[in-house]
Design a protein around this ligand. Structure first.
Ligand code: ZN
Ligand code: ZN
Length: 356
């Protein structure tokens, strides 16, 4: 945590900031280790202070392990303490999380009488490079997902509702070591597969369906993310054709994935292949995204992303084709960039699985 705070402060000082305030739960967890629901971090070149209320002081002291001074304040967390500390050090420019705080919080910050400078992007960039520990948690999360998916395949039957598939899968994730799912499980069967983020419903699995299953596990707060599309009985020729186009687009992007490529270039490789095969209009989302404490975080692998992928970054590779009235196919792996390539912790097969 100390190293993370130092990296943030170095970046903040480059931007001429005297202090940084952290007010979002994900970021105070990242920079301090504290997992409670109420805190503000005040990070200055000389002090790291965590303000929280009575409910959390013991927990905060344990979790921050001496890296932060824990200060008990009222539950609403008044600005008085922060104001006094900023005055004491003569802070004029203070970084705040422009991408996540509320208007109400911003108005509170304005009472501090300092120049408020956006620093969310710098925080996202700090978080984008994963440490060895973080990579281990991600791999553990993905292992739980792979094990759960394998077991799920033995339980899927014609006539099951989408909600049953999702519930079964989420149970299996936890049974295999996940502390939680990393986001609400997506199960889109038949024509529902055309909805990229289908909410599992009462539709039952029918012979000839393709079923898009997009899910993830969380271990020690870290998320994994994978999608597989399976068939219930033999699918029609068009769905089979679509499956093979998506698969080849994904393999092409994976073959190009290495440090130095930009998110935009990676996106283009998959998109060009899908476009050449006539389905460009049916691939309406980005190729991928980073993941970590949040399932969607920096960097983006989108058409417009100029971010150069570097070792320690995470990125999903998830092309898809969606045809209204017919269905959809998406195949997603979650990868971690290394010095000379990447780790793909997703072990589930990408050959089309047909459940009879
Ligand atoms: Zn996903
Ligand atoms: Zn994803």
């Amino acid at each position: 945590m100390l190293d993370r705070c130092n990296r943030l402060m170095t970046e903040a000082q480059k931007q001429g900031l005297d202090a940084v305030l952290v007010m979002s739960q994900i970021n105070w967890r990242y920079f301090s280790g504290f997992t409670g629901s109420n805190a503000i971090l005040l990070i200055t070149p000389e002090r790291r202070i965590l303000l929280t209320d009575f409910r959390y002081t013991i927990q905060a002291n344990q979790q921050t392990n001496g890296v932060f001074e824990v200060v008990e304040v009222s539950r609403s967390i008044g600005m008085d303490f922060i104001s006094n500390e900023l005055k004491r050090i003569g802070a004029k420019r203070v970084g705040f999380e422009d991408a996540s705080i509320t208007v109400r919080q911003f108005k509170e910050l304005e009472t501090l009488g300092v120049e408020l400078c956006p620093i969310s992007d710098a925080m996202a960039n700090t978080r984008a490079i994963k440490s060895k520990y973080e990579i281990e948690q991600i791999i553990a999360a993905q292992n739980a997902s792979d094990a759960a998916f394998t077991q799920l395949l033995g339980r899927i039957r014609v006539g099951m509702k989408e909600t049953e598939v999702a519930t079964e899968l989420e149970y299996l994730l936890k049974k295999n070591g996940a502390e939680d799912k990393s986001f609400d499980t997506i199960v889109g069967s038949g024509e529902n597969g055309a909805l990229c983020h289908a909410i599992p419903g009462d539709r039952t699995l029918c012979h000839g369906d393709m079923v898009v299953i997009d899910f993830g596990s969380k271990v020690n707060g870290y998320c994994s993310d994978m999608t597989r599309t399976i068939a219930i009985g033999e699918p029609c020729d068009e769905l089979k054709k679509i499956y093979n186009i998506v698969l080849q687009a994904q393999l092409n992007a994976l073959a190009a994935l290495k440090p130095g490529i930009t998110g935009g270039e990676l996106d283009r490789i998959a998109r060009d292949y899908i476009t050449e095969h006539g389905y460009g209009e049916n691939f309406g989302h980005s190729l991928g995204h980073g993941f970590g404490l949040e399932v969607h975080e920096a960097p983006a692998a989108s058409k417009t992303s100029e971010t150069v992928l570097t070792p320690g970054m995470t990125v999903t590779v998830e092309p898809g084709i969606y045809v209204e009235g017919l269905g959809g196919v998406r195949i997603e792996d979650c990868c971690i960039l290394t010095e000379d390539g990447y780790i793909n912790p997703v072990n589930s097969t990408k050959e089309l699985i047909i459940i009879e």
